[in-house]
Each structure stands twice: as C-alpha cells, then as structure tokens.
Design a protein around this ligand. Structure first.
Ligand SMILES: Cc1ncc(COP(=O)(O)O)c(C=O)c1O
Length: 450
C-alpha cells in the first residue's frame, strides 16, 4: 500500500487533472471519502464541498438512497449495449423524466456527459433542418460568455474569446450574439436583444438553432441575466423557423430556485411538470450533472414531439448518434433514485433559504477594496474580484476555514449541495470573504486561473 505522499507523487507525475499542468501545480488534496456536504482528505482535513464537485452533487456525497440503487442494479446488470437491447432502468428513468421535465419535452436521448448531450442537441437541430429540406441551415447561434462543454462541438458553442481559443482550428464555426446584460432584478430592457436580432438577420438562411444557458451562464463567468431574454428568444425562433435549445445542465434541478432555469421566464415559476404549454419552452433541452446527484456520469438531450416527429418521418429516420455507454443501467438507476429525492424533498424551499443566507453574507462584500461585483441567485453566489489572490493564499483559506472553493479567473463562487445547512452557508461565505480580502496575486499564475 502506498502512503499519501507516494500517491500524490505518482499523481503529479502521471495524471492530468482538469485545466492543470502535469507538474509544478499547487499541492492537491488527496480525497479519501465524502459524505453529505463534506469531503475528507487522507490527512484528516474535512472540507465543505462549496462547489458540489462542479455542481453535480445536489443531494450531498454518498447519498444512501442513490448508493443503494446503484448497488442493487449492479447485482443484476452493470452494462449492456443500448443498440438492439433496452432495459428496465432506461425505461423507468424515461417514464420518470417525461413526468419531471417541462410538458412536451418527452423524446429522450441518453448521453454520457453534459458535453456529449450538447453535441447531440446541435446535431439534432441540424438533422431536423435537413429533414425539413434545409441542409444549408447547419449553423447555430450562441451567446458570448457561454459555456457548453469541452468537446469540439460544445467548445464551438462556448464563448469564442474564452478558454478554448487555442482549438479554433478544429471547431465548427458558428455565430455569436452579445451576452444579455440586463440583470435578473432589473426591468427587462429590449435593447439587450438587439445583438441577437442582428446576428439572426445577417445569417437567417444558415441558422438551425439558437442555444443558451437559461438565466445563468456558469462556466465562463458566473453571469446571471434577465429572463425577459428567453421570452424574446422564443418569439424570434418561432418567427424565423429556428429551433431553440436550452442547456439546463448547470441551471437545472433547482440550482437557480425553481426546477428549471427557464422557469424564471414563465408566468408561474415553479409550475414544472404541470401544464406549462403556454410558457417559454425550448424545442430541445440538455440536462446532466445533478441528474444522478453526482453519483454516476450521465446526461440527456431531450426533444419536443415536433422535433422528434420531423426527424423520424424523414428519409434518414434514425437520429445519427450512439455512444457505447448510452443508457448505462447503473447510471439510470442512480438517476431514478436522484429523481425520487428531487420529487420528495422540498428543494425549492431549501434553495430559497440558501439564497437568503448567501445574499445576507455576500452583499456586504461589495465594499471590499478588491470586489468588482456580487451576484446571487438560488443556490449560486459569486464574488467577482478585480484581481484574484495567489493559489497559496487560496489554499491557506481552504485549510483554515475547512471550505473547499475552486475560484476560476476572477470569480470566487459557491454552488453548494442543496442540502447545505444555513450555518454551513455562513462558513462558506466567510471563506469567500477571506479570499476577497487577500492581496491580489500575479495574473494567471496557475491552475486556479483556468
Ligand atoms: C451549461 C453547461 N453545459 C455543458 C457542460 C458540460 O458538461 P460536462 O462537463 O458533463 O461535459 C457544463 C459543465 O460545466 C455546463 O455548465
């Protein structure tokens, strides 16, 4: 058995981590176990996971119900190809999702990660337009400041000036509109839509779909925007015969308050699952991350009946995608158990309580000398700094406070598990404040500046 320092030594020499160099990175924590809101390291540190392990561990770590569902399923069947076979976990999950998702979005394509579900959504939109006799409509419009994943097709839809510019050469080329600037708590300003209208007017004949993250742009800037934008998008898409894709991978599953980010644009937020036919709905929607409560990797691309019918009734009636691990039974079992929890627990109230504590603690941080902005919505809180401290300072705060934060660029943010208690939220905010009070370090010196 290797000891902790031997394990870390091998790790640093051989294992790539997300957006990090192989060697010369700041010290890593060796996670040994995780339970509820807390990750325990090999040297006994107990850290509140204030970022839900990149926003997926909604019900907390090692959630008993989900672990038990995976265990039970593993005794019967761990995997079988979904081509030519189907199975009960996939079917039961499908039935559950049809009820859980907004009405009308009921044709489900299981994918193995969020990025892949975005790839599927883009392909589905293009295949839809092809089936409608418009092979020339093969471009998408996305928003500046967006993030949709790290595979080539998903990078191509993410912020064009962001972290993926190095790979421009292998990305399909799409069009971009300015990100909406109008904030959630301001009255909607229609001038915010001008850029999108202009992009669509210039390229109308080529556009298959518009994609956005509803009200919350996560991975590229923790930006929160006015839901009026979604209403204008729906209207424009209807007028122009363009499909609308909502990427709910980050905003979905109560992260912003209601079940779906798009609900902020509904007459009655919180009406998910009920008859919301008159509300702002996409033609295609992607979900992932919290779908399995962060216990297995799984995502889905979900289409409306209309989109599925057009593809199904065309010459190439199959949707042309098929990952090896599609509908993995263990992941399906985890997702079913996770949906049980989303349905049976009152997460809307829990998130409202988290939001209240985040506002109370983070709003005063506007007065810090290094603060550029504070943003809060649902179980999302972000302190944007003028300049980020050194990684040494960030690591010191993490150890001192027992709160795991993972700032990127100038954003010190929290998206805690939805089970996080109010006193834990207070501790998280204290750690954010301490980072905000550190001396700014040199620009982009290491992996906290990914
Ligand atoms: C909105 C959004 N879409 C897609 C993705 C990609 O998901 P994954 O990392 O599971 O590929 C993410 C991940 O952060 C995301 O936030």
């Amino acid at each position: 058995m290797k000891n902790a320092s031997e394990l870390l030594e091998f790790d640093a020499g051989h294992l790539w981590h997300p957006y990090a160099a192989l060697r010369n990175t700041p010290a890593r924590f060796l996670a040994r176990s995780a339970q509820g809101t807390t990750i325990e390291t090999a040297d006994g540190l107990k850290l509140i996971d204030a970022v839900s392990s990149w926003w997926c561990v909604a019900h907390g770590h090692n959630c008993l119900e989900i672990v038990e569902a995976i265990r039970k399923q593993s005794e019967k069947m761990c995997h079988v190809m979904f081509g030519g076979f189907t199975h009960e976990p996939a079917i039961e999950l499908g039935e559950r999702l049809v009820k859980f998702l907004p009405k009308g979005l009921n044709k489900i394509f299981y994918a193995d990660s969020g990025s892949i579900s975005v790839e599927c959504a883009a392909k589905m939109a293009v295949q839809y337009q092809f089936a409608k006799g418009h092979p020339e409509k093969c471009k998408l419009v996305a928003l500046k400041g967006g993030y949709h994943g790290d595979t080539a097709g998903a990078m191509a839809l993410s912020d064009p000036d962001g972290m993926h510019t190095l790979f421009r050469g292998i990305m399909p080329q799409h069009y971009f509109a300015e990100r909406p600037n109008c904030r959630a708590d301001e009255p909607w300003d229609d001038r915010d839509f001008a850029s999108m209208e202009q992009v669509v007017a210039e390229h109308e004949g080529e556009i298959a779909a518009i994609i956005c993250e509803p009200v919350f742009q996560g991975g590229n800037g923790m930006w929160l925007y006015n839901a009026g934008y979604l209403k204008r998008l729906r209207k424009l898409c209807d007028e122009k015969g363009i499909l609308l894709i909502f990427d709910e991978i980050a905003a979905g599953f109560y992260r912003t308050g209601p079940r779906w980010g798009m609900e902020h644009a509904w007459g009655t937020p919180g009406a998910a699952g009920k008859d919301c036919a008159a509300d702002v709905l996409p033609d295609i929607m992607t979900i992932g991350k919290a779908l399995t409560g962060g216990h297995m990797t799984m995502a889905a691309c979900v289409a409306s009946e209309m989109v599925a019918d057009v593809i199904t009734n065309s010459k190439i009636s199959a949707f042309m995608h098929g990952p090896t691990y599609m509908a993995n039974p263990l992941a399906c079992a985890a997702a079913i158990a996770s949906l049980d929890l989303f349905e049976n627990r009152d997460y809307a109230s829990r998130v409202a309580a988290i939001e209240k504590r985040l506002r109370a603690n983070l709003e005063p941080l506007r007065n810090l000398e290094n603060a550029a902005d504070v943003r809060v919505l649902g179980a999302i809180g972000c302190l944007e700094l003028k300049a980020i401290p050194t990684s040494d300072d960030i690591l010191r705060v993490i150890k001192e406070t027992g709160v795991w934060l993972r700032p990127f660029c100038n954003y010190v943010y929290t998206m805690p598990p939805l089970i996080t208690s109010e006193s834990e939220v207070d501790r998280i905010c204290e750690a954010i404040k301490m980072i905000g009070q550190c001396e700014p370090g040199p620009v982009c010196d290491d992996e906290f500046h990914e």
